[in-house]
Design a protein around this ligand. Structure first.
Ligand code: NDP
Length: 330
């Protein structure tokens, strides 16, 4: 079975030669175990954090071991009565063709409700991150003014549409003209701007939302965060989901330069990790299925074909060369 290993820790922007494709011989399928052949896996920004040594909220990847991450595959053979041949299952053994499991942490999915890979994006952790961040951490209220960064991305695009479904005024930022067009035409956001075309994000937000913003969903950090703080209304909330503008930095740049405004405006800023909120999973799935059925939420995937092209898919994810959820079709 082929698998992708991390062979060296990236310095700055990851390169293809930080990864290597290898062939592994899998052991026999033991008692209570089953063999899964992956069809899909996702590449995600948090994986950049796992490529460094040192403390974070997830363990670093080990060098010369298969990479990990959300994946979806079909059970090929099984000695476990709970998992039958042909079942679609979600696991965390991405970046490889096949894996063996005893069922721990593996979930069967119903592939009749949506295309199976939707469980790696809109109906999976990605959609749930958007849902939990907005409704629990951000306590979003109907009709508020919401700003979303990395708005055309996997999480951001769902955040924008949940907020629209709740009657909010939504502004998004993203990194290309095509992404801005998609946000306005497909995701239904009210205003959007390309942050590469401005050197003053704060002013851009002020022009697009003269009445300020009540909730900022931060995927980016840095000058996006400062621009949001400048434009927050009193008692506004900042949901800290990610800070991708810092992920490739060796020594992080100084952050926002006017945090004092947090005091005057009584802003609440809170970070969260989606996996702490798994108790909301059923509520999330129900809400998301209903938004999908009523066409209030659409989603987009950028698919890279071939396990061997996964490192490039990951590099493209970080540089923004994709729309919506970045997936690899094995
Ligand atoms: P995305 O699909 O949004 O992909 C990342 C995008 O970020 C890129 O495509 C790029 O798009 C944008 N980007 C990259 N560098 C910069 C930069 N310097 N400034 C502004 N934008 C940049 O990924 P996800 O939706 O999976 O994740 C979005 C964020 O949410 C990440 O920060 C991630 O770490 C975080 N996250 C947090 C979770 C949690 O539990 N807290 C769970 C899941 C994700 P563009 O062309 O627009 O620049």
């Amino acid at each position: 079975s082929r698998e992708v290993h991390l062979q060296s820790r990236p310095q700055g922007i990851p390169k293809e030669n930080n990864f290597v494709l290898t062939e592994a011989t899998l052991p026999n399928v033991g008692k209570g175990e089953f063999l899964v052949r992956n069809e899909w896996f996702s590449v995600d920004p948090y994986m950049r954090g796992r490529m460094r040594e040192g403390e974070s909220y997830v363990e670093p990847f080990e060098l010369n071991q298969p990479m990990e991450g959300g994946c979806l595959g079909k059970v090929e053979s099984s000695n476990n009565p709970d998992f039958q041949e042909g079942d679609y299952v979600l696991g965390n053994q991405g970046w490889r063709e096949c894996w063996i499991s005893d069922g721990e942490g593996v979930m069967k999915i119903d592939s009749s409700a949506a295309p199976p890979q939707a469980y790696l994006s809109v109906l999976g952790m990605t959609g749930m991150t958007a849902y939990v961040g907005l409704t629990q951490v951000g306590n979003l209220q109907d009709g508020e003014r919401v700003f979303v960064s990395a708005a055309s991305g996997a999480v951001g695009s769902i955040v924008c549409q949940i907020a629209k479904a709740k009657g909010c005024f939504v502004i998004g930022s993203a990194g290309s003209t095509g992404k801005i067009a998609w946000l306005k035409e497909n995701a239904g956001v009210d205003k959007a701007f390309n942050y590469h075309e401005t050197n003053n994000i704060s002013q851009e937000i002020a022009e697009l939302s003269p009445d300020g913003i009540d909730l900022y969903f931060d995927n980016v950090g840095g000058d996006h965060l400062q621009g949001a703080i400048d434009n927050m209304n009193d008692r506004g909330r900042i949901v800290c989901c990610g800070m991708i503008s810092t992920y490739n930095e060796q020594d992080p740049e100084p952050g926002p330069n006017n945090l004092f405004k947090i005091i005057g405006k009584r802003i609440r800023m809170e970070g969260f990790i989606v996996r702490d909120h798994m108790d909301l999973k059923d509520e999330f799935v129900k809400a998301m299925q209903s938004w999908i059925q009523s066409d209030q939420i659409v989603w987009k995937e950028t698919i890279t074909e071939g396990l061997e092209n996964a490192p490039q898919a990951f590099i493209n994810l970080l540089s923004g060369e994709k729309l919506g959820k970045a997936l690899v079709k094995v």
